[in-house]
Design a protein. Sequence first.
Length: 435
Amino acid sequence: MAIGRDGTWRNWARNQVARPAAIEHPASEDDLVRIVKEAAAAGQRVKVVGAGHSFTDAAVTDGRLVVLDRYNRVLDIDTRAYRVTVEAGIVLSALNDELDRRGLAMPNLGDIAYQTIAGATSTGTHGTGAALRGLAAQIVAMRIVTADGSIIACDADNEPEIFHCARVGIGALGIVSTVTIQVVPAFTLRVLEEPMRVDALAEQIDEHIEANDHFEFFWVPHTRWALTKRNNRTDDAAAPRQRWRALVDDYVIENVAFGAVCRLGRLRPSAIPRLARALPSQGQVTYSDKSYKVFASPRLVRFYEMEYSIPRAAGMEALNRVRKLVDDEGFKISFPVEVRFTAPDDIPLSTGYGEPRCYIAVHVFERMEYRRYFEGVESIMNDYGGRPHWGKLHFQTAETLSTRYPEWSRFAAVRDRLDPERRFANNYTNRVLGP
């Protein structure tokens, strides 16, 4: 995320730009209330931004843009109940450090930790694991500033309908002020990374998913290979990579070298298939480390991303159709296609609602054409009632999405109650939720 001297805001991927009437940096809940009331008096809309890692225009506004970089404290940690209460602007990396100092951890995370807790949960960030749900399902209580400046404290017993819906709210219900997260005792993950033939992997996919606490893989376009990653809890002492090895793997290979390959591919797209063949050659890698150090890794190469959630049973059929699409259309794709899996949850606008899910994510290097590729993948996902990640690029509307979420009307009713004048609306929410 970047804010220019002229007050222009850009997201991390630099594909979304906002020129708000004002940029606010609240430091307290009282500040949040004041901002909303002043905006209402001036007839302005309000949008909140965390770290700017959404690829959509979810935070773009010409009204008041609320940046939570000064609203990021840990308020309470209950080591007996394994619960932590934090201000909405704390970034996941800082939260992980605070939890680790107290022998605690989040049970599941995505693959980056730059996002704020509210940004990650509000857009449905999920991670991977057949028995694990997304980050929003770890929320057990919230405080929300609504359109009239009121503060609502909600959980399963107090204002349960608001709590039920607000865990994945896409910024449309109000400003998330604080969240209370259910955490777990700190744990170590043993990592096994290795390339596999993607056809053999697909044939045994259920075995791989069920045999591992966290399983994911990356199909490398223009090859028959996938890079697999198995993370499993262990009681053994951590045996992390040596510092130099981690620097080489995470920065030199995955960022510097990969970035160079992407830039070359942007200059000469015809070279991408040949360059792709180098990716699966790293061999088997094993180590163990603290969970949050395993889950998240640095992402320095900028890209555009679309991700869809579909029923887990359809995952490999859909992936094979994506593989065929790349070949048939002659797309030159330098980024691997990421595939992950989660357990179902009960949150109305969660992409994980209702049944075990498979997530398929496609990426394109920054400043390269992505629309035809993404539209082709989206067309495939539509056949399975696919639900797009709310923070990643897609071309859906409220009309196309409403039938894919059984509790859509329940969320809409809460939205009408909390924000009848659409104080927290923008072009994105108008498109995906309705005006």
